[in-house]
Each structure stands twice: as structure tokens, then as C-alpha cells.
Design a protein around this ligand. Structure first.
Ligand code: ZN
Length: 242
């Protein structure tokens, strides 16, 4: 039986994140340098912005891993503004430098994970939104980034490429976040495939949004409404996740 991502042991999770990084690398390799100037699926961002963000995000997550390893607090980003200006800077790099940023940052994060003593994986670190999480969560933070942002490159990668257990974890993560924020109340996601079919609000009168795991994840992350139907008169936009 397939295990839900959160039930996997650490080695399995590390395999999944490495697969995701390879998947993003392949999607990036498919693009010619001039394609990088084109629009991504994210409003206002070219593909360059996506690659720069994915690169700097790896370095930011590596800072959390180093924090768990050394005990010296290092935040992901100094501020939301610092994060944004770093992305703008990265997006202006040459295509060659941008590709190198992706590779170098992915290797840096891998180095940080490999260098962490086993007992430190339970140490608490802080996400960019200020939430305290164990260092194991850094693996998930990176997993969702590489799989979803590969889709955002808008050149063939899709939610259908994402393994079912990762999709299930994405939907759990999203509906949990909605709940924590008192958002998305009254929405239940029902998947037509996968081993865990129901996410979100279980109340009898909740709006039921259904579709395949991939289509639900595309809708819940605000990327697409294809293949998704609602029990309400009209399918609304999903509440914001991140
Ligand atoms: Zn991101």
C-alpha cells in the first residue's frame, strides 16, 4: 500500500524531494535560454523569476537546516522585502548564471541535509511565516516548491506528474492552513482517485469540490479550474494558501 507523504520515514521523504528537484531540473533543461524571458503561470513573474525564487528558496531552507545543525538561529529571509528584491536580482542574471544558481542552491541544500546529525532533525526552526516546525519539515517545504514550481514554468510539466502521495500531502497542507487561518471553512475536497479521498471541512452542509488529486491540487493552489466541479452553483476561486 502506498503511504501518505507525512507517514513516510525520512529516507523516503528525501527520495521524494530529490525526485522533485530532478523533475524541476528536467523542466528547466527543456527551456531554451530565450524561453526564460517568457511568462510563468504566476501573475507578474517570468520564468526567470520562478527559477530565481526556487534557487534562493533552497538557500533559505538550507539556512534553517544549518540552524538545526548548529543551534545558531538563521532565518529564511531577513524580511519579505529582502526576499522579493533577491528574486528580482536573480531574475536579471544571465541565463547561464540563473541555471547555475538553481544547480548550486540545490547542491547547497543537499549538503546541509546530509551534514545534519540524526538527532538534530527534531530541532525546531521557524518558517518564513513565523511558524515553529521540526527540521524534518524542511524536506516537505522543498518538496512542494520543486514539484509545484515546475508546473509554473508552463512548459509541459503538470500536476499529473506529481506522485499521488505528494498531491495528498499538498491537499492536507492546504486545507490545514485554511483551517488555521479560519479560511476555507465550508469546503470539502473529494478526490476521485488516490488512497485518501477526503480533505477539509467534514460538515454535512460543506461545499464539495471534486476532481482527481492532480486537478484538485491545481485548483487549491490557484493554478487552474480544469476538471474540478463543485456542489455549489458556481466553482469559486480557492482561498489563498501560501
Ligand atoms: Zn515558492
Amino acid at each position: 500500500m502506498k503511504k501518505h507523504h507525512s507517514a513516510m520515514d525520512l529516507d523516503e521523504r528525501l527520495v521524494m524531494v530529490r525526485r522533485g528537484t530532478e523533475h524541476f531540473a528536467e523542466a528547466l533543461a527543456e527551456l531554451y535560454d530565450t524561453d526564460l524571458d517568457g511568462d510563468s503561470l504566476l501573475p507578474g513573474w517570468t520564468r526567470r523569476h520562478v527559477v530565481a525564487h526556487v534557487g534562493y528558496n533552497a538557500l533559505a531552507i538550507a539556512r534553517l537546516v544549518d540552524w538545526a545543525t548548529t543551534g545558531v538561529e538563521t532565518r529564511m529571509y531577513e524580511s519579505p522585502d529582502a526576499r522579493d528584491s533577491e528574486i528580482a536580482h536573480g531574475a536579471a542574471l544571465s541565463a547561464k548564471e540563473l541555471r547555475r544558481l538553481f544547480e548550486h542552491s540545490a547542491a547547497e541544500l543537499e549538503r546541509a541535509w546530509r551534514g545534519m546529525p540524526e538527532k538534530n532533525w527534531t530541532k525546531q526552526v521557524k518558517t518564513s511565516s513565523g511558524r515553529l516546525v521540526p527540521a524534518t519539515e524542511t524536506v516537505w517545504m522543498r518538496t512542494r516548491e520543486v514539484w509545484i514550481h515546475a508546473v509554473d514554468l508552463d512548459d509541459g510539466a503538470s500536476f499529473d506528474d506529481i506522485p499521488a502521495d505528494v498531491l495528498e500531502h499538498i491537499l492536507t497542507d492546504i486545507t490545514d492552513t485554511w483551517k488555521d487561518r479560519d479560511d476555507g471553512a465550508g469546503i470539502r475536497l473529494v478526490a476521485t482517485d488516490g488512497s485518501q479521498p477526503v480533505f477539509g471541512d467534514l460538515a454535512a452542509d460543506a461545499e464539495v469540490v471534486s476532481g482527481s488529486l492532480a486537478d484538485l491540487a491545481a485548483w487549491a493552489t490557484g493554478r487552474s479550474t480544469d476538471g474540478v466541479t463543485s456542489s455549489a452553483e458556481e466553482l469559486k476561486e480557492a482561498p489563498v494558501w501560501l
